[in-house]
Design a protein around this ligand. Structure first.
Ligand code: ADP
Length: 220
């Protein structure tokens, strides 16, 4: 099993709670922080640590040992100023990875400038994912590496039933790489050319979105 991570979530609004609950349910160490004692109270029993603090107070934030954490997620929503100030303090403290929720374009631009390691756009991200799922039945999951490149999990199809990896020849035909094949709860990383594909398999491919799309249209 992967090593459990140590994370902190600052701001327990709807988004922060969703993130904290998911992390906790997966067994990670989670410190939750909010300036509102009522929100923190809900986590007293449940989170690894729950602290009432105003994250814009530098001394308070630096007393929490966040530099040793793997990730700190800033989920302060509407109060853009507090979100920015908190991010600035965390980056100044040399926290390894600061992920921040942005609520609009300007917020996102500033976060980028002050060194946020990853900017989350929850509504936009969910909308994109949903549209992809609606439009492309075969896509099970995807990770966007950049605007153009993704890693995508594709459900195999009857059309390619019993073809081998070599027959598919994804690299030559479409310029995409087959990273692995999932089946029966297992994953075969770098499957051999002779691997025979069945409809129940899931193909994990990496490539330009347009090339992945071409492959999907032609073969799935
Ligand atoms: P969402 O849209 O995800 O529900 P909200 O803006 O409603 O987000 O909630 C943000 C949370 O962040 C609230 O629980 C609020 O008390 C908390 N918060 C806001 N400012 C600070 C701050 N300076 N320090 C700590 N927590 C804060």
């Amino acid at each position: 099993m992967a090593k459990q991570k140590q994370l902190a979530v600052i701001g327990l609004g709807q988004f922060g709670r969703g993130v904290a609950n998911t992390l906790l349910s997966q067994g990670h160490d989670v410190l939750v922080i909010d300036k509102d004692p009522r929100s923190v109270n809900d986590y007293k029993e449940f989170a690894t640590h729950a602290v009432v603090a105003d994250a814009t107070e530098e001394s308070k934030l630096s007393s929490l040992g966040l530099t040793n954490f793997d990730y700190v997620i800033v989920a302060i929503g509407e109060d853009i100023q507090a979100s920015i100030l908190t991010t600035l303090i965390l980056k100044d403290m040399n926290v390894k990875k600061v992920w921040v929720k942005a609520i609009n374009k300007n917020h996102s631009k500033i976060l980028d400038k002050i060194g946020a390691d990853y900017i989350i756009h929850p509504e936009k991200d969910i909308a994109k994912r949903l549209v992809r799922q609606l439009l492309h039945g075969h896509i099970l999951d995807f990770v966007e590496l950049s605007q153009d490149y993704s890693i995508v999990e594709l459900k195999s199809s009857k059309k390619i039933n019993k073809k081998t990896v070599e027959d598919l020849d994804l690299r030559t035909k479409y310029g995409i790489s087959l990273l692995g094949i999932k089946y029966e709860g297992k994953i075969d990383i770098n499957p051999s050319p002779g691997f025979i594909i069945e409809p129940k398999n899931v193909l994990i491919v990496l490539g330009h979105n347009k090339d992945i799309e071409k492959f999907k249209e032609a073969e799935l």
